[in-house]
Write a protein that binds this ligand. Structure first.
Ligand code: NAD
Ligand code: UDP
Length: 316
């Protein structure tokens, strides 16, 4: 009989991490959730606390941490531009120093480690859609660099620990992901627009709204995570995980206004520095190595669930 796996999820009290902890527990694993609560919250995992297979640790991955684990999902890092720019030095330390700590641990205990990388490694891409072998177009000295370059360096570290120390690594490049438990104040476009629409406040489009993004519902991402972790040790990634259906920000605003029946108006505010013009994942590699993985949840269906989450939250 196979032994129960112990799985460490760093950033486990965050938006994606909390859904991942839930899913891993549901699949019969022991889960250790580690978080410093910078952008995450105990509220996101409070419903798991009585589960005997769940353990919660307050810890910052920029400090070393030791535990025996079979698998590590390294998600700890603020993800929204507002939060990662709040303390840029801490953000890059989390991606670099924190990832070194997690890779060091993976090496010692021979754990497999999945690194939550990002479409931001492509920067403001000049190739569209973005395949994994595109090296990107990233500003190394801009306000987004603490996040983008931190995540790029984390990928480098993963590959070097793999080549030098045979650490089993899995790099996934996550494209814009949304769903329940996003922080209503973290400034990302989906949560901003829904919260603004539900409160009949102006929807803030940055720039002319013609920039595009491809939005993936969190459950589709988790399916990709689990399949990637289960791949053969020879498969390291990086692999893109995202929904290739692309929308302009203006289209997203109109959709959310229609779905919420909101009376909000749209206002245009200045575009933040280095805001990528377009972004769409090429997911052919994911389909090939992850048994035909492909996102199943369309934007409207995912938005329905997310709107209903925020409606409940704001009614409280
Ligand atoms: P989130 O901010 O909700 O979650 C990040 C979690 O990491 C939070 O709980 C936070 O408190 C924790 N954290 C931050 N710094 C830490 C540290 N030094 N030590 C311990 N914990 C720390 O964001 P999310 O959307 O759930 O993102 C999770 C991961 O996925 C991040 O690594 C992010 O870069 C990556 N990602 C997310 C998206 C997306 O669209 N949501 C896209 C690309 C990549
Ligand atoms: N955006 C916007 N209004 C908002 C928040 C974001 O128009 O209230 C835009 C932002 O400028 C970007 C896109 O929406 O072009 C996605 O922003 P988000 O912060 O969600 O993700 P990222 O830029 O990291 O892809």
């Amino acid at each position: 009989m196979e032994r129960t796996k112990r799985i460490l999820v760093t950033g486990g009290a965050g938006f994606i991490g909390s859904h991942l902890c839930e899913r891993l527990l549901h699949e019969g694993n022991e889960v250790v959730c580690l978080d410093n609560y910078f952008t995450g919250s105990r509220k996101n995992i409070i419903h798991l606390i009585d589960n005997p297979c769940f353990e919660l640790v307050r810890h910052d991955i920029t400090m070393p941490y030791f535990i025996e684990a079979d698998e590590i999902y390294n998600l700890a890092c603020p993800a929204s531009p507002v939060h990662y720019q709040y303390n840029a030095i801490k953000t890059i330390k989390t991606s670099v120093q924190g990832t070194i700590h997690m890779l060091g641990m993976a090496k010692r205990v021979k754990a497999k480690i999945l690194q939550a990388s990002t479409s931001e490694v492509y920067g403001d891409p000049k190739i569209h859609p973005q395949p994994e072998d595109y090296w990107g177009h990233v500003n190394p000295v801009g306000v987004r660099s603490c996040y983008d370059e931190g995540k790029r360096c984390a990928e480098t570290l993963c590959m070097d620990y793999h080549r030098q120390n045979n650490v089993k690594i899995k790099i996934v490049r996550i494209f814009n992901t949304y769903g329940p438990r996003m922080d209503p104040n973290d400034g990302r476009v989906v949560s901003n627009f829904i919260v603004q629409a539900l409160q009949n406040k102006d929807l803030t489009i940055y720039g002319d709204g013609e920039q595009s993004r491809s939005f993936q519902f969190v459950d589709d991402l988790l399916e990709g995570f689990i399949r990637m972790m289960a791949t053969d040790d020879s498969i390291t990634g990086p692999v893109n995980l995202g929904n290739p259906v692309e929308f302009t920000i203006r289209e997203l605003a109109d959709l959310i206004l229609g779905m919420t029946g909101s009376k909000s108006r749209i206002v245009n505010l200045p575009l933040p520095q280095d805001d990528p013009v377009q972004r769409q994942p090429d997911i052919s590699l994911a389909k090939k190595i992850l048994n035909g993985w492909s996102p199943e949840i369309q934007l409207e269906n995912g938005l329905e669930k997310t709107i209903s989450y925020f409606r409940n939250l704001l009614d409280k």
